[in-house]
Each structure stands twice: as C-alpha cells, then as structure tokens.
Design a protein around this ligand. Structure first.
Ligand code: NAD
Length: 345
C-alpha cells in the first residue's frame, strides 16, 4: 500500500531540493503518494497567513511530512513557520544525526552521533520581559513531564537502533533547579533501561570540548532545547556542515522531516544547492514509515556518489548541479532497488 506523505517544498532553494529528493525517494522502491502543499511568504497574499489551515490539516491527516526550508523575515513580519509547525503539532523531539561520510573534506572520521533535542520548552518558551530600562529577563522553563518524555524518546531510539549509550547534557552544577530537574528526569528514565542501554551525563561546556577532541566516543546525546540547538550545529560541523545535516521533528501524532539548513536565498533557482540534507531527512522518514531497508539503500547510494566525488555540488568540491547530483543517486539506486524487489518476489 502506498504511503501518503505531505510534501512542503518551501522557498529559496527548497523547491529544487524537494524535487531532487522526491525523485531519489521514489527510486527507493517505496510507493509514496505525495500531497504537495505550499507554505511561507509565497502564500501570504492568497491566504493571509504563511501557514494556511489546509497545510496543517494535510500533515495531521497524513501524519508524516517532508519539508524544505522556509524563509523567516528578520525583525518584522510573520512568526517562523517552522517554530509554529513544531508547536502546533506538538513535535516535541528534534532528532539530528551527525555521521561521517567518506569523500567529505572534514577534520574527523568515524563520527556517528545522534542528537536528541527537546523542542518545546527551556529558554525557547519565549517568556521574556524588560525589567526597567536597563535590564531584561528570559525565563527558562524545564518540566519533569517534558524532560522524562524526551529522555524516554532518546532511550527508545537507542533500543530500536542498536545504540549503546545515552549521554544527558546539562549545566546542573550552576542551574541546580532547572537543569537539575532535567538531569534527575533523565536518571529516572535511565533506570528503566538499566542493563540494556548505558547512561552517563556531561556538563555542556565539557561536552563541547569532548566533542571537538574525541567525537567518535559518543553515541546518543539528549539535551534541553538551547544546548541541543547549539551542540547539534557543532556536531553538523564535525561531519561536513549544513549541506549534509538532516533532521526530524517528531511528536505523538505527527512527524516533520526537514534539513537543518535554511533557504539560502542567494542560491535559489541556480541548480547549485546540495540536496544531501533533505535526502537524508527523507531517509529518516523512510525509517519512520517502517522501511529501514529502503532508507539504507538511499543512504548507501548517496554515500557512494559522495565518496566517488565526480557528481557532487560545489560545496562538496564538485561542479555538478542539484539535478545532476540527484540523477547520479537515482542511477545507483535503480540497480539495488531492482535486486531488492527480485529478492522479495
Ligand atoms: P541558510 O542555512 O539558509 O544558509 C547559510 C549558508 O549555508 C548559505 O548561504 C550557503 O552558503 C550554505 N548552505 C545552506 N544550505 C545549503 C545547501 N543545501 N547547499 C549548499 N549550501 C548551503 O541560513 P541563513 O542564511 O541563516 O537563513 C536563510 C533563511 O532560512 C532565513 O530566513 C532563515 O530564517 C531560514 N531558515 C529556515 C529554516 C527551516 O526552514 N527549518 C532553518 C534555518 C533557517
């Protein structure tokens, strides 16, 4: 039976990356019925909002969406569509894998990190106010419910994906109440997995140093919102940067898969942007849909094209366009998908 998936191409480089990724995912052998809907500045005039109701309805109905980046106006204009989507749909877990790939010019090898970031509270709750003229206050919210929920997500991910260790990252030595509660919640959940998944914790500053010195020693990291945002970008930098960093926002009722990078407007329409991050987000989506076999095929084909280095985009040191890069992956996939189909017939 075909999987119905909402596809939001986004703007800037989004539409060309979405087209490339869709072709690659279609070549994986998984039957996907794409429901294409638009969000962002381009739909403002028609609907009076960058996130029309029918877009939300489509994701709620299909439960799964693949999304390109959407531009957020700076300082004025509408609220970030990305943040609104996460909050409205209750997408509490932000999953950001960072894995080394052969053929990429990076300082490290053998990095295979899974960053699990809490997506709903912490300093991102947006509770801020001025205190008189010369001071301002931001309130950091940490609750046991959200902390245990994200810790459980990290442990369940570890169990389901053959991982060994979960590391909780915090600053509980200074923020004894808020980060202390986050750590306590992680410890509570860790006890349920004792003997199956190891648990440890690190103070966030030390964690950053350790990741720069020996990233290959870490496995699954679970972090509150702000540290998760910062550390996941650090981790993306270890393995090749924004062009290759996939992500997923997952909640109890829906999941939205999207790259970490934004809409890079200066490359829009030039057929130059790197589709890797959106394709890898698509592979995460295939796993979520229960098709790890197809996800593996997509990742293997992508890795092979990158390792070969002949048909990659300029940010990876090549001279291919987005379309040509995707064509090379589709060609590789064609043979592995055909032999996988022959085995199941
Ligand atoms: P960006 O990620 O769009 O671009 C920064 C730089 O990274 C680009 O100039 C480019 O050099 C490089 N880059 C990014 N993606 C690339 C790709 N696929 N291939 C090749 N090079 C790539 O970050 P920004 O310039 O800060 O943001 C632009 C817009 O995107 C902003 O409006 C921002 O709000 C939005 N944004 C959206 C999302 C999202 O939709 N989830 C995420 C981040 C930023």
């Amino acid at each position: 039976m075909a999987h119905r998936v909402t596809l939001i191409p986004g703007d800037g480089i989004g539409p060309e990356l979405a087209e490339a990724s869709r072709r690659v995912l279609d070549a994986s052998g998984v039957e996907i019925e794409w429901e294409v809907v638009d969000a962002g500045e381009g739909v403002m005039a028609e609907y009076g909002t960058p996130l029309p109701e029918h877009v939300l309805e489509s994701i709620i109905r299909n439960k799964v969406a693949l999304k390109g980046p959407i531009t957020t106006p700076v300082g004025e204009g509408f609220r970030s569509v990305n943040v609104t989507l996460r909050q409205t749909l209750g997408l509490y877990a932000n999953l950001r894998p960072a894995r080394s790939m052969k053929g990429l010019d990076t300082r490290y090898e053998g990095v295979d990190l899974i960053i699990v970031r809490e997506n709903t509270e912490d300093l991102y709750a947006g509770i801020e106010h001025r205190v008189g003229r010369d001071a301002a206050e931001s309130i950091k919210i940490i609750t046991r419910e959200a902390s245990e929920r994200i810790a459980r997500f990290a442990f369940e991910y570890a169990v389901a994906n053959g991982r060994h260790t979960v590391t909780a990252v915090h600053k509980a030595n200074i923020m004894k109440l808020s980060d202390g509660l986050f750590l306590e919640s992680c410890r509570t959940v860790a006890a349920e997995y004792e003997g199956r998944i190891a648990f440890e914790d690190r103070i966030v500053d030390n964690m950053c140093m350790q990741l720069v010195q020996k990233p290959e020693q870490y496995d699954v990291l679970v972090l509150p919102n702000l540290y998760g945002d910062i550390v996941s970008d650090l981790a993306a930098g270890l393995v090749g940067g924004l062009g290759v960093a996939p992500g997923a926002n997952i909640g109890p009722d829906a999941a939205v898969f999207e790259p970490v990078h934004g809409s890079a407007p200066k490359y829009a329409g030039l057929d130059r942007a790197n589709p890797t991050a959106l394709i890898l987000s698509g592979a995460l989506m295939l796993r979520h849909l229960g098709r790890p076999d197809a996800a593996e095929r997509v990742e293997t084909a992508l890795r092979a094209v990158i390792a070969e280095g002949r048909t990659v985009t300029s940010d990876l040191g090549g001279s291919a366009g987005t379309t040509q890069f995707a064509d090379a992956i589709v060609d590789r996939l064609a043979s592995t998908t055909a032999s996988a189909a022959a085995r199941t017939n």
